[in-house]
Design a protein around this ligand. Structure first.
Ligand code: NAD
Length: 347
């Protein structure tokens, strides 16, 4: 069981250290943790944010535990050398096409949400976002029309196999949860999403136990704040998923709590907190490591098939929160290491 550990920049090394301690506390036989450089620190050492050696280590691993990339020193580099390009490179090179973002309100954190506590308390959903297609990857440009006006254009498309494979990921995820899947599209206006709806409906035949519904994206955005408790699994395209997953994250409170997984067709996946490198608090020992610890739990579940150990980590985080363990992002006073200690103790 090989895990590539890519801490990256800013708070990356601080939060990853705690997640690694949690993994080590499980004492899993055969677990090998292999560190590698990524992001701005990799650029400074090797001249590239995703060095060939790092890519090789990532490719050979069963799962990748990722901290964060982003370094203000690198903001003026050519685009392909900026730290954030490492994430795009890993997604592309490793075929990471499915982004899973669970959003759940832990007991005691209902007040951290932007929503009323009784609405927020009901949130326990998973957004499955397609990551390799849609309007983000189509042909694009800015051209001048014959009358001299400039026009920006981006081509939106999905091929049926791209929709089918993300639909299978979502249906399988729903089978492991409450067996409810909501596919979010804009089939009333966009042909791309009419095909999306048709293909998701076809795939549903393979999962008769899952209750499938369809929702237009504008309604979904509204329902996510009106009654988020109605959702179990949501599947959607790259752009709608980009927006809805950020919206869902604010519904559950602090950015320091949310984990994510990016999966390939095999068992390899990349697991990371949804936040960035937080240069404003880097090196101060203030970052909340819980999102990274929860990302490590997702790694055990999805890439190593260790459901029981993943659930143990999640329970330890929930117990710590219930006991009042809070970082500054949640209005508390505890630092990164103290939060890590609290989780390890409860494991
Ligand atoms: P950010 O997520 O790094 O920080 C936003 C705010 O949230 C900051 O005030 C920060 O202190 C706080 N915060 C973030 N994580 C926290 C944690 N674990 N505990 C407590 N507080 C936390 O976003 P940003 O400031 O917009 O971006 C900083 C850098 O990170 C940029 O270079 C950006 O490109 C990069 N970034 C990287 C990723 C990634 O690695 N996947 C994602 C987003 C942003």
């Amino acid at each position: 069981m090989k895990i590539a550990v890519l801490a990256g920049d800013g708070i990356g090394s601080e939060i990853i250290r705690e997640a690694v301690r949690v993994l080590q506390a499980l004492d899993l036989p055969g677990l090998e943790l292999i560190p590698a450089d990524v992001g701005g620190m990799a650029y400074k050492k090797h001249g590239h944010p995703l060095p060939a050696e790092t890519l090789q280590i990532a490719r050979a691993a069963d799962g990748i535990l990722f901290g964060a990339v982003g370094d203000p020193d690198c903001d003026n580099l050519e685009r392909h050398l900026r730290p954030e390009q490492a994430i795009l490179g890993l997604r592309k090179e490793l075929g990471l096409f499915a982004n899973l973002r669970p959003a759940k309100v832990f007991k005691g954190l209902e007040d951290a949400s932007a929503l009323r506590p009784e609405v927020a308390g009901a949130i326990d959903l998973l957004i499955v976002r397609e990551l390799n297609g849609d309007v983000y990857f189509g042909e694009k440009g800015i051209r001048t029309l014959p009358d001299g006006r400039r026009q920006g254009w981006d081509m939106m498309s999905y091929a049926e196999d791209e929709v089918r494979r993300i639909a299978h990921v979502a249906f399988k995820a729903a089978m492991g949860r409450k067996k409810k899947l909501c596919s979010v599209d804009k089939a009333n206006v966009l042909e791309t999403f009419q095909l999306w709806r048709d293909v998701v409906s076809e795939v549903a035949a393979d999962y008769p136990e899952v209750e499938l519904t369809h929702m237009y994206v504008d309604n979904a955005a509204m329902q996510l704040v009106r009654n988020p408790g109605q959702f179990d699994v949501i599947v959607t395209g790259n752009m709608f998923g980009d927006i809805l997953s950020d919206q869902a994250s604010m519904c559950v409170g602090s950015i320091g709590m949310l984990a994510s997984a990016s999966l390939s067709e095999g068992k390899l996946g990349l697991y990371e907190p949804i936040h960035g490198s937080a240069p404003d608090i880097a090196g101060k020992g203030l970052a909340n490591p819980m999102a990274t610890v929860l990302s490590a739990a997702m790694l055990l579940r999805h890439s190593l098939g260790l459901e029981e150990q993943a659930a143990r980590i999640e329970a330890a985080v929930a117990r710590a929160l219930a006991d009042g363990i809070r970082g500054a992002d949640l209005g508390g006073t505890l630092g990164t290491v103290a939060i890590g200690d609290a989780i390890v103790e409860r494991l």
